[in-house]
Design a binder for this molecule. Structure first.
Ligand code: GRF
Length: 200
């Protein structure tokens, strides 16, 4: 069956994720039936990740790959073969290799569960981030949505939102507050980037 994106004005989004995929799900739901964009693929590097089931439930194709396939150009060829316009990293833990960054200039978005440039970089993911924020005694944390370059968590920042860190927070309770912020804002920022691509 022909997808909506045979109309070339409909932008084609690929999501890459490594984990549960709650952000990926919000983005798939946001663009279901949209005239602006379609999520055409969920790529995942972890065979047991919840995001694969979420893609299945949404009727979105999934693609499982390993680190070697990310580095040897297989993932890039898959994305190019599907004529992907925008790549969205939603809890994807591997470094994006330079050939992929170059192939999608300013067309890869990432979400990070803290206020970059603090608490970013290699090893700063998931509960490691929230534990570090709490250990440092920060009064607030938040989310950062940014473009991706060849370094972890360093591309141009597009959006940040904050939330308090409460005195009795654990990494789990802070993660819940951060997730709520992510779900509220990430689909909207993806749509903003889709609109920018449609204008360009
Ligand atoms: C999010 O907190 C995101 O910021 C981080 O990984 C988490 C993914 O959560 N990079 P989910 O898999 O979307 O539920």
């Amino acid at each position: 069956m022909a997808g909506r994106s045979h109309l070339r004005s409909v932008k084609r989004i690929a999501i890459l994720a490594s984990g549960s995929g709650s952000n990926a799900q919000r983005i798939m739901e946001h663009f279901r039936g949209s005239a602006l964009a379609e999520v055409v693929l969920v790529g995942c590097d972890q065979p047991a990740a919840g995001v694969i089931q979420r893609a299945w439930d949404q009727g979105v194709a999934s693609y499982l790959f390993n680190g070697a396939q990310l580095r040897d150009g297989s993932v890039l060829r898959e994305l190019q073969g599907l004529k992907v316009d925008l790549v969205v990293l939603a809890g994807f833990l591997r470094l994006i290799p330079p050939d992929l960054v170059r192939a999608f200039p300013d067309r890869i978005l990432n979400i990070h569960p803290a206020l970059l440039p603090k608490y970013g970089g290699k090893g700063m993911y998931g509960h490691h981030v929230h534990a570090a924020v709490i250990a440092a005694g920060e009064a607030e944390s938040g989310i950062t949505i940014h473009r991706v370059n060849e370094h972890y968590d360093e591309g141009t920042i597009l959006f940040q939102a904050t939330c308090p860190v409460l005195p009795d927070d654990t990494p789990d309770t802070l993660a819940q507050r951060i997730h709520a912020l992510e779900h509220a804002h990430f689909p909207r920022l993806v749509q903003q980037e889709v609109a920018r691509l449609a204008e360009g």
